[in-house]
Design a binder for this molecule. Structure first.
Ligand SMILES: [Zn+2]
Length: 152
């Protein structure tokens, strides 16, 4: 059996959630998502928060070209990562397809992925976040969030 996670991250990869707020959010998630475990994971710099086996495609947000198939994305990730596999600089760079500029965080990930300094990871949640949960989480955090479904 594979592991199933729901991860919640702020849309801003550099955002650090204060510890007391993070704990409140964690407890709220544990409660309403009925998860086996709910953890706060903190990184020194943005980490790639992936969807594991759900990943189907990574494409250009402008022209829709597939940036994974040709290996461009893997090379760009390797070039941007530091020795800790963190991404301190997610600067815009020229894309190989249409020449427009985007950061690795701006690409179209299907299923969604993202970069974050603070992530909330729920193992085997029985519920999925509904609009009311997302609104409440965004209110607690004071920022917009991204929901990532992951399987390993
Ligand atoms: Zn493009």
């Amino acid at each position: 059996m594979s592991d199933y996670y729901i991860k919640i991250i702020p849309t801003d990869p550099y955002c650090r959630v204060p510890e007391n707020v993070a704990e409140k959010v964690r407890a709220y998630l544990e409660d309403c998502m009925v998860a086996m475990s709910a953890e706060v994971v903190v990184h020194e710099a943005p980490a790639f928060v992936d969807c594991g086996g759900y990943l189907q495609k990574i494409s250009c947000p402008f022209c829709g070209s597939d940036l994974f198939a040709e290996g461009w994305w893997t090379d760009a990730m390797n070039a941007a990562a530091d020795s800790m596999e963190l991404f301190a600089e997610l600067e815009e760079q020229e894309l190989p397809c249409c020449g427009r500029r985007a950061s690795l965080n701006d690409l179209q990930y299907d299923y969604p992925c993202g970069f974050a300094c603070t992530e909330f990871a729920l193992l085997y949640p029985r519920e999925r976040p509904r609009q009311e949960h997302i609104k409440e989480l965004e209110r607690m955090l004071g920022m917009q969030i991204r929901v990532i479904y992951a399987r390993y």
